[in-house]
Design a protein around this ligand. Sequence first.
Ligand code: ASP
Length: 331
Amino acid sequence: MTELTLKPLFNFDEMTLPPRVGNGFTGKDILSVDQFDREKLKYIFARAHEMRELVQRVGSCELLRGNVVTCLFYEPSTRTSSSFIAATDRLGGRVIPITQGVQFSSVSKGETLADTIRTVEQYSDVIVLRHPEVGSAQVAADYSDIPVINAGDGAGEHPTQALLDLFTIREEMGRIDGLKIAMVGDLRYGRTVHSLTRLLTQYDVSLRFVSPEILRLPLNIMNTVIDAGLDVRETHDVADVIENADVLYVTRVQKERFVDLAQYEEVKNHYVITPELMQRAKEKMVVMHPLPRVGEIHYTLDDDPRAAYFRQVKNGMFIRMALLAAVLGKA
Ligand code: ASP
């Protein structure tokens, strides 16, 4: 009897996932800005441009159709969480939003981060995590088989914010090299400052750090800046930098990181950027802020064309669209 050879219904070799894009991001975690060199930044910025065009022309697409993104936020968030949700939505994917405070999840029953991660990875393709502890994103990535994107680990890093900040600087000023960038406010606990400063060491920029004594930039980050050979200075007075700055990056004093609230009270209103102060600034420069602001930038400044913080917010969605597509290997 001749043996019947059945033709396979599917050729599984041909049924592999969509072509992997040679961007070096596919399947990778995004934990720190240290993962980005100028080549990778160029790639993400180019993709963010495409995303902007896509949104402007047609609003959304189906690139992430069939993909699920879990947004797991152990700390409050407005922009980061909603922009990741909007980014997924506009790319045609779905979100599991654990963003209304983990008090509604099993974390309130005492579940560990490791178990929560190993649970949500069963349902999703990417985990976006915000957590109050420095290093928590790395811990999550160690437990997860799917990409983890760090959406802020305590006073550590906030890499996706730094990417959108750098993108905004380039969009607004037309370049990054050669700029004078001043960071103002809580440089000690401000994770966005930490990430942006580290990214900027790849460029030829001058950095000015303006803070009260107790909120100075951590020494390890300052050493990275010095090792990179950048022109850098520290001051307590924003008046020292206002005339020359091309970018004024203002930050909130991070109340939630203070052990001694009396100390917070002492420094909380240290800097307020006002229209009067801005009269001394260059005509072509930008004021940025990762937001939320709690008094550091006067509302009367919002109509000043140099106030870029809401344009910065919008760029966040394009950058996060680009990142999601990149880690999921979608062209
Ligand atoms: N939204 C930013 C962050 O999550 C800045 C801030 O909260 O002050 O780090």
